[in-house]
Design a protein around this ligand. Sequence first.
Ligand SMILES: NC(=O)c1ccc[n+]([C@@H]2O[C@H](COP(=O)([O-])OP(=O)(O)OC[C@H]3O[C@@H](n4cnc5c(N)ncnc54)[C@H](O)[C@@H]3O)[C@@H](O)[C@H]2O)c1
Length: 358
Amino acid sequence: MHSIEVKASTGSYPIYIKNGLLEEIGAEVKKIYKGRRIVVVTDSNVNEFYGQKIISLLKGSGFETFKIVVKAGEESKSFKTLLEVYDKLLDFKINRGDIIVAFGGGVVGDMAGFAAATFLRGISLIQIPTTLLAQVDSSVGGKVAVDLPRGKNLVGNFYMPKAVFIDPLLLRTLNDKFLNDGMGEVIKYGAIKDSKLFNKLMKYENKEALLKGIDEIIYTCCSIKANIVEADELDTGERMLLNYGHTIGHAIEQFFNFALYSHGEAVAMGMYSITRLGEELGITKIGTSATIKDILIKYNLPWALPEINNEAIMETISHDKKNIGGSMNFILIESIGNSFIKKIDISNIKNYMEKIIK
Ligand SMILES: NC(=O)c1ccc[n+]([C@@H]2O[C@H](COP(=O)([O-])OP(=O)(O)OC[C@H]3O[C@@H](n4cnc5c(N)ncnc54)[C@H](O)[C@@H]3O)[C@@H](O)[C@H]2O)c1
């Protein structure tokens, strides 16, 4: 079993990664949680595949279990769902000695994580991520949030889990669209920090070969993320590197009302276009954007920006919550594996964007 200890200001927590780890979940949870009552929060799809299994495994280890199932999809990262979850927690008479297990993709992880962070001013949380995106990204680093009608992730907190348990075998039931989506984030780690990982990703011949080695890939990605979030827990410095491709990606997602492109697809286009911009500015080694394009095509992710309106994108970017004091941090790469933060004055961003959106 791979394990990574993530140091946080509120104490450190482990990430465990092992094929088949779900089968051992009862015994593993017992090692880190001395209470008896567990609330599993999951979504309707994950419940279908694994809901009964996780409950019977936890019961088998002597826990008293409760389950809350929310509708699958981003719409559950809302205050409406959150209120329903709080209601159920009250029905179950959950108190501060009990624990919430967020069992699902990034939606469940963020929403149940926010519920854990806020219910009774905070009860303990375990993350068991079930999508590739959640296994390599959202379950690590403690960001929890819900959306508002006017934007994503606008209400949230930093709330560290007691542990993260990752079973890569759960990805076998994930459909290809979501697998590719997660690959967008995996490619990002290679591009910003690890050329070896990037080159390895270039070599997989098919999905089976990729899934065979996915536990190692997840370990590499979690190690990169753990190092970054340890150095910058509250996202004011190095952690911004994780936003490579995300500023433009978020703007695309928002422009199309989150309906046309998934997060991974939007970030993929963002990574390619910001790298092209880096080349135009003479910062990025020529040919890097072509390499990014090749890998995105390999993993069925889009690279070319869609027809969009520059003014509308500018409007979205200027409201991005990462704007601080009239400037914005863009993440550029010099070459594959070497990234840095470039502060750009908001007033200049329009010129830069015109170079990208043609
Ligand atoms: N907290 C963070 O640091 C962070 C980082 C990145 C993204 N996010 C958030 O993550 C969310 C996206 O997460 P996501 O892509 O995991 O989406 P998701 O949670 O909606 O899961 C995608 C789909 O896969 C299904 N699914 C999940 N696990 C499955 C499995 N093992 N087998 C079959 N189907 C399965 C889900 O039901 C859903 O339909 C967004 O809300 C985003 O804002 C958070």
